[in-house]
Structure formats: C-alpha cells, structure tokens
Write a protein that binds this ligand. Structure first.
Ligand code: X8Z
Ligand code: ZN
Length: 599
C-alpha cells in the first residue's frame, strides 16, 4: 500500500498538473482571441459614441447610424452564443484556471448578459433607443425668457440669483427637457430589462448591482445604512438651510420642506454654493483665469504627486470646453472621461468654464483618466481594465477635488493669500453642503427611483409622483409648483437616461473617498484631515497608484482592507463633520425640525 502510494500520488499530481496546464492554455487561447476582437469592436463603438456625444447636429443621422452599426457589431460579438457557451464551459472547471482567467471569463459573461444574441432584436432596439434618448437630452434647446440658454447659464442663475421668481423660471426651464424623454425612458426600461432577463438576471437594476458581487437587497441594505448614518447630520443641514434661505430670500414663513428652486443646483444634489467662506472665495480668483487653466492646473496637481504627463492625444482629442453658441452643433453638457481603446487613447468631455464647480469637476474627470492610465499595464489584461469597482473609479477624482479645495492646498497654490484667516466651521459647512447633502440624493432619491423603475416596473403615469415622493422623503425637497405627469423630472438627470441603475456608485464613492482621505491625512501626511495639502507629495501618489494599478483584477473589499485597514465604513466621513454637527445643533436651537430623525 505504502509502496504504491508515492508513485500514484506523483502520477495523480502530475496528471492533474498537466490537465491544469492544458485547461489554462485552452482558456488563455480563448481569452486572447476574444480580447483581440473585443478591443477592435470596443474601440470602434467608443469612437462612434464619442462623435455622437461631442457633435449633435439636428437632423443629421450620420452619428446615429455609426453608433448603431458599431454598437450592433460589439453586441453581436460579446453576446454571441459561441462566446457564452465557451466561457461557461471553461468556468465549469474553474478550479483548474488561474484567478485572473476566472475573472476575465466572468467579465465576458457579464458583458454578454447586456447583449445576448438570443434576443438580438431587443438589443438592436435598445441601442437605437439609447442613442435617440441621448440625442434628445443633449440636443435640447433650453429656453429662458424666450432665449436659448446653456445649462451652464441656468446653473449660474441658480447659484447667484436672489429673486425667487427668476430662480423658479430657471429651475423650471431646466426641467422642460424631461417631458420629451418620458416615453423614451419607458421603452428603455422595457428593453434594458428584457435584455438582461434573457441570461437570467431579474431586471436591469439587479444586473448593474451584481457588478459589485451583491444582489439588490444587499446593495439596498448597504446604501440605506449609509443614508441612515448620515441622516442626523443631513437633518441639521436641512433645518439650517430652511431658515437661512428664508432669511436670504426675505420669506417670512420658513417652509417645512425646501422648495427645489431655492437651492443652487438643478437637482438639489449639491448646496455648497449657498455658502461663501470669507477669505476662501476661490471663485473670485478662478473667474480671472482662462478656462484652459482649470484643466491644466488639475493636471499639474496630479503630476505633482507623481502621475505622468497626460499624453498629447488627450489634449488634442478631448472636448473640454462648451460648444460656442453659434457652433451649429450641441454637445453632451455633462462631464465624462473615456478610455477609448482600453489602451493609450484617453479623453475627457467637459464644458469647462472658470469657476469652482468646474475646477472640482476637472479634478474629478482627471481621476478617471489617471486611473485608466495606471491600470493600463502589463499585469492587467484589457478585459479587467476597470476600477476595483465602479465606485472606486468615481472616488479617486472626487478625492482630489476635495483635497484641491482645502485651505493649505489653496495657500500653497497661491489661490488664496498665505496666512488668510478663515472661519473653519464655515469651511466645513460648505463641504458638508456638498458631500453630505449628496447622500440622500444619491443613496435615496436616485437609487430608490431607479429600483422602482427597473425592479418594480413603476407605471409611466407615476414617474413624477414617485420622483417627488422620494425627493421629499430623502432630501426634504418639494417642487415650486405642482409637477403633473406631463413632466418627467427624473429624466432631466443625465444618468437616468445614459448611465442607468448605477447612481449608488457615487454614494459609495463618497464614503470610500473619506476613508482614503482619512488614511492619507493621518498615516501619510500626518496632517489634520480638514486641513491637508497633498500637493507635491509622492507618497500620496504612491498610495493612490497602488490602489489603481490592479484595476479590477483584485477583489474590491480586499483592496480597501489592505490599503486602509478597514472595510467600507462611513465613520471617517462622520468623524470629519463631527464639529459641524455640534455647531449646527446650536444654530438650530429653537428651530422647528421637519424631517423625521430616521428614514
Ligand atoms: O456624473 C458625475 C461625474 C461623471 S464622470 C461628473 N458626477 C455625479 C453627478 O454629476 O451627478 C460626479 C459626482 C456626482
Ligand atoms: Zn465620474
């Protein structure tokens, strides 16, 4: 017995090793062939999408045609029966494969589920409906007082205007676009659901959520937990804003809920423009700069922490500034970053003007760009060139945006005079009106609405009622006047149309951002998280690059744990705003709170 044991064991080991090698070689040759074709089709489709988002000409169908053709080619390949079967087959013996191979095969199946050949007519119709919706959204002619206006101009009114009638007109103008998008959204819901259902997903929402390795209930629980943890602080901010804005607009009776047009953002997702911190009025400096400075300065910040120069093609091919009013074309007015070929071609689409909002956004977009550039390396196969999860991708640039607005950084950059005295609580308040206020919008209104839409099949004649019910519940916001079902206010938000069922990414990204920032401040810079200066610090860059480098080839929970020592937690975010909470409670003493303490 014993005698035979050895040779048998060796033989077994040997043969299983040989079979491992064979299986791995087989998987690799499939993955390699798939990748080659994938890259070609992905790039062609990106180019078509890029053109159709940067040059929208009314009546011109060239872009739409190209988007359709390249989109269908990409879908036919990625959703083909053959690719699905081969990936599934190889995964049947996944213990024989490397971790990286398993991840790539899963990615192949995940992409297939959005494009199954078995329902190719549905996929075709979806591509068409998606492009039509984007063209309608960004080709829309916003009108204010009988004149065409850009969304930048509407935003400027909502930021600065104190006359409530004028504010309401601008706010209402910004929502007009939704009317024409309502039926398109319903078709998209059907088409998106039907596509992913063909490969066994319950609905499009659960499909998108599954990218995190979570099911819908788990994601909702996670997001609700975050929302619940930030609720006490939001409730203070909400109370404070009602009273302060009533004062500002000379309204005698403080409203129970905030009228949407009182707030300096079309969706009430960021109220930071409400507060101007004396001594830290960066807007007054920024507006003296050319728009290009905003982008080059953000790039300079990344460079200072050890990121490379942006490639010349970035500057040449990006679309960074608003289309001139008389250009004869419109462009997508929402900021985005593109990895065109999953290799060196990186671009950004923005409408930069010299102000603090675009300064923050430029930092945000470059976070995506440098993430792309960092995980484009020999160790990360093209199919895994994505963030650790989608929220990480959003977190990086937002983190840099936060860092680029802190006082020591601004002093160092000469954006405010050295030694300027500022009120720390006001600065913290301004930050909370951005980062904290965003949570009930992202984790509440947006996520709950899209869950109802996709998983709950919300009837079309209830879209607006549901939207405002959620806005009231989570954000404590009400519309200035009745918004019947002729409107579709949800559809005025870009992501509802073209980045569907993913908005919880941003809520999670803010939580991650504060975890990373806390770690950087305390462990690397040894500075107060509320007053940091990342500029020029290579160790900060090394830390971020270590997270970025593996892309999606590592488990996202592990990435966080390994780099910050903890799992996903809102604690650093809550700690950050602790002093503000105390201050707000004093300010709000004797005021009437209208939001329930718990959601
Ligand atoms: O959509 C974005 C980015 C896209 S790359 C500009 N953000 C969310 C939004 O504008 O609604 C960034 C934060 C929230
Ligand atoms: Zn982003």
């Amino acid at each position: 017995m014993k005698k035979r044991c050895f040779p048998v064991l060796i033989l077994l080991l040997f043969s299983s090793c040989a079979s491992n090698e064979r299986k791995q070689a087989e998987a690799q040759s499939f993955i390699d062939a798939y990748t080659t074709e994938y890259l070609e089709l992905y790039t062609a489709s990106s180019e078509a999408q890029w053109a159709s988002n940067t040059k929208i000409v009314e009546g011109d169908t060239t872009n739409a045609h190209l988007v359709q053709v390249t989109g269908e080619a990409f879908a036919n390949f990625t959703g083909s029966k053959e690719n699905i079967e081969r990936a599934r087959k190889l995964l049947e013996t996944k213990s024989d494969l490397t971790g990286l191979q398993v991840k790539q095969l899963n990615k192949i199946l995940y992409t297939a589920a959005n494009n199954p050949a078995t329902v190719s007519d549905v996929v075709k119709a979806r591509i068409k409906a998606e492009n039509a919706q984007t063209e309608k959204l960004f080709g829309f002619d916003f009108q204010l007082n009988g004149k065409s206006v850009s969304t930048n101009e509407i935003d400027a009114v909502l930021k600065d205007e104190t006359d409530l009638a004028k504010r309401q007109a601008a706010w209402e103008s910004s929502k007009e676009v939704g009317k024409g998008l309502k039926t398109g959204l319903t078709s998209l819901r059907e088409l998106r659901n039907k596509t992913v259902q063909a490969l066994g997903y319950k609905d499009f929402f659960s499909y998108q959520v599954s990218d995190y390795g979570l099911n819908t209930d788990e994601m909702m629980a996670l997001i609700q937990k975050i929302n619940g943890e930030l609720r006490p602080l939001y409730r203070e901010l909400h109370t404070y804003a009602r009273y302060e804005l009533a004062k500002k607009y000379h309204v005698q009776e403080v409203p129970e809920y905030l009228p949407a047009h009182w707030l300096p953002n079309r969706w009430a997702q960021d109220w930071s423009a409400m507060v101007s911190v004396r001594g830290m009025n960066t807007d007054s400096v920024l507006k003296t700069k050319p728009a290009a400075w905003i982008v080059t300065d953000a790039a300079d910040f990344y460079k200072s922490i050890g990121y490379p120069e942006l490639p010349a093609s970035f500057w040449k091919k990006s679309s960074l500034y608003p289309a001139p009013a008389n250009a004869g074309y419109k462009k997508n007015n929402h900021a985005s970053a593109w990895h065109m070929d999953l290799d060196k071609d990186v671009r950004s689409l923005m409408s930069v003007e010299p102000n603090s909002e675009w300064y923050e956004t430029a930092n945000h977009e470059l976070g995506h760009i440098f993430y792309y550039m960092t995980y484009t390396n020999k160790d990360v196969p093209p199919l895994l060139r994505e963030g650790a999860n989608r929220a990480y991708h959003e977190a990086m640039g937002s983190l840099m945006g936060l860092a680029a607005a802190q006082k020591p950084f601004l002093e160092n950059k000469g954006l405010i005079a050295k030694g300027t005295r500022t009120d720390e609580i006001q600065a913290l308040l301004k930050e909370a009106l951005n980062y904290v206020v965003f949570i009930p919008f992202s984790a509440g209104t947006m996520t709950e609405f899209e869950k109802e839409l996709y998983a709950g099949n919300l009837p079309q004649d209830q879209y607006n009622r549901k939207w405002w019910e959620l806005a009231k519940k989570y954000q404590g916001i009400v519309p200035p006047a009745d918004r019947g079902e002729i409107y579709c206010d949800a559809a005025s938000k870009t992501h509802i149309n073209d980045d569907a069922a993913q908005y919880y990414d941003y809520a999670l990204s803010y939580v991650i951002l504060f975890q990373l920032h806390d770690h950087i401040a305390k462990e690397i810079l040894h500075q107060d998280p509320k007053a940091t200066n990342y500029y020029g610090n290579k160790a900060v860059g090394d830390f971020l690059r270590k997270i970025m480098y593996p892309g999606a080839s590592k488990d996202w929970n592990m990435v966080l744990k390994e780099n910050t020592g903890s799992e996903l937690t809102a604690k650093p975010m809550l700690d950050y705003f602790e002093p503000l909470m105390k201050w707000l409670k004093v300010q709000n003493k004797g005021r009437k709170y209208t939001l329930p303490e718990t959601i």
